[in-house]
Write a protein that binds this ligand. Sequence first.
Ligand code: PEP
Ligand code: MG
Length: 753
Amino acid sequence: MPGDAAVVSRRLLGRIREVMAKPGLPEDRLNVIVRCIAEELQAAVCSCYVMRAGEVLELFATEGLRKSAVHQTRLRVGEGLVGFIAAHPRALALSDAWSHPNFAYRPETGEEPYRSFLGVPIVRTARVAGVLVVQTTETRGFAPEEIEALETVAMVLAELLTAGNLIDRREQIPVDGTALVPLRINGLKLSPGLGVGTAFLHRKVPFVKQLVSEDPEKEAQRFDEALERMHTALDEMLAAEEIGKSEYRDILEAYRMFAADRGWIERIRAHISGGLSAEAAVQRAQEENRARMQAVVDPYIRERLHDLEDLTDRLMLHLMGKDPMERKTLPPHAILIARTFGPADLLDYDLSRVRGVVLEEGSPSMHVAIIARALNIPMVARVPEVVGTIGAGDPVIVDGDNGSVFIRPSEDVADTFVATVRMRLEKQKVYATLRDLPARTRDGALVSLLMNAGLLADLPMLDEVNADGIGLYRTELPFMVRADSPDVDTQTTLYRSVIDQAAGRPVCFRTLDVGGDKMLPYWQNIGEENPAMGWRSIRITLDHPAIMRHQLRALIRASEGRPLSVMFPMIAEVAEFDAARRILDLELARARRRGEPLPRELVVGCMLEVPSLAFQLPQLLRCADFISVGSNDLAQFLFARDRSNQRIAERYDLLSPPFLGFLEGLVEACDAVGKPVSVCGEMAASPVDAMALVGLGFRRLSVNGPAIGPIKAMILSMSAEDTGRVVRKAMRTSAHSLRNSLAGYALDHGIQI
Ligand code: PEP
Ligand code: MG
């Protein structure tokens, strides 16, 4: 492209602005615009393809190709270079288009003389609406600035096509004609529970009307002012009493730092100096961000991009003079619908009215999912096209247990869900009446029911459900949401507050269990092929003993002389447990030397998650004070079944001879030496599984707070000895699963599962 990229882009946008300002039919304007593009970029050809129903790209306007090909030349998504760009929505620049494997020659266009090719997708709200192409006769490459300029123009075209009704959003999504009928869409379950309510579309940012600017300097100034306002507003939010003290603060701190990211700000500034209005420049940066989001697999980076998406919305509202922090008035039973949610968004709403959240994007480790789980708000993510499919006020049901969303459900479906929700509420009342009873089986076996937690927000439930203590405190969250590792003081304050809030009930802290899919922001993603079996958990902390030392130091300090319980995750051999224990001893010695109070009582346990460890039980039981079975990871390794792979999630059952056989041996070995053994994986929270565990001899189960009631009700109605006999007998068979037969046994014997 001749001349400075920003100058050419500005001149081109100026010409486009003039075209748009004059009256005219959208198709006529499009013809003039492709001519302007060809002239300004000194290209022989400029063509615009528009996405039509059935995922077909149709030539809509051209300068340089034969006019008779307009509305005749059509390419399927994936077909030819144009289809290729639509399928992999990013720019494609080729000095010799004919030698590209995807090139599809279309004689009706008369494109024989043209060799080089530059095409960019026309993207609108994360959907490909068309493809814009320039071609030249000479064989030449394209500079990044030229690609950039064409992308800017493509964005303006996206708006023109929409405003002129040349594209219909529904043509880009395969829901043709089904817009108002009941729909069930499956997604990813991020937070369990059932929510019934009406759709509330989260922060709909109004469409940008003024795309092209007359005065880039003025736009840059408007942008700077809006940015400033956004920063001030975020600072105020952080300073707010209730946020300042909560652990959400960490999440919001990271988010605020992100808002100051130079790369993001500079990109927007560059778009403004290229001739876009401040709003259009922000929108352009958002489209780029969304395109990146679709390509990124690294969960940490994806989360950051979600945050950025949310920040962009906020910034846009500041630019438009609207207040993004404005407390939203929700309908009494609201289901929030959004493409994605920033960490602060959920907390902005009146939570007493929120019944569920449905997102188009999202991953299990996204911050808002962690918060939704802590607040018991059902949440389903990765629901395709949900924002375009649900209208504000539509009835919606979120089934967070099964990852389904029912939109405009039929009366029958709605009635069934309402009845289920009611029944669950009734059951909660029954569970509440069991609160003060010990969890004792009919034949007198006492089971200790403990709670799993990972957030301060989980702790009030400890007393609500009257759990015996916390059997698993996952310590990784504060490490995951910060830009750097929390220091000893920060950790001490947090752990102290956990112990304080537990008010005398024991808390078992698990040391840092990150890696695998829980990558930390400040460590490079090391790109392992099998992260679940890779450098994670205790392997990381033993390799970086300073992290372990700081965490253990903080735990010792936080205990302030009170009892302390610690356990180490992912131990594969006793030598690893010994090494971790030695680090703990070093920290105890350090505290002693410095005259700091030591825990009055210290118990040090080991998680059993890696099967190899079970072959060293005698040695392990000599040095560990207790064992806790992490059934989620244990099942992953025993069955060689990746726990995050949905395709094989149901393939093996934990209620099966091999898994129960493994546990039976373990519980016998622990009983023989009088060492406590518990189960703290998800298995313990399922009543029928827990029934089998108690039958096999487990007397400690650690489950999420809401599961305590149902598990206690089950225990009160079972006989440990009778069930044990039945389970042991069934285990000797070669059945794939004992689930049905054990559920049948429970029903026959009035056991509440
Ligand atoms: C487990 O693996 O069962 C467990 C409790 O640990 P996490 O789910 O945190 O890996
Ligand atoms: Mg685990």
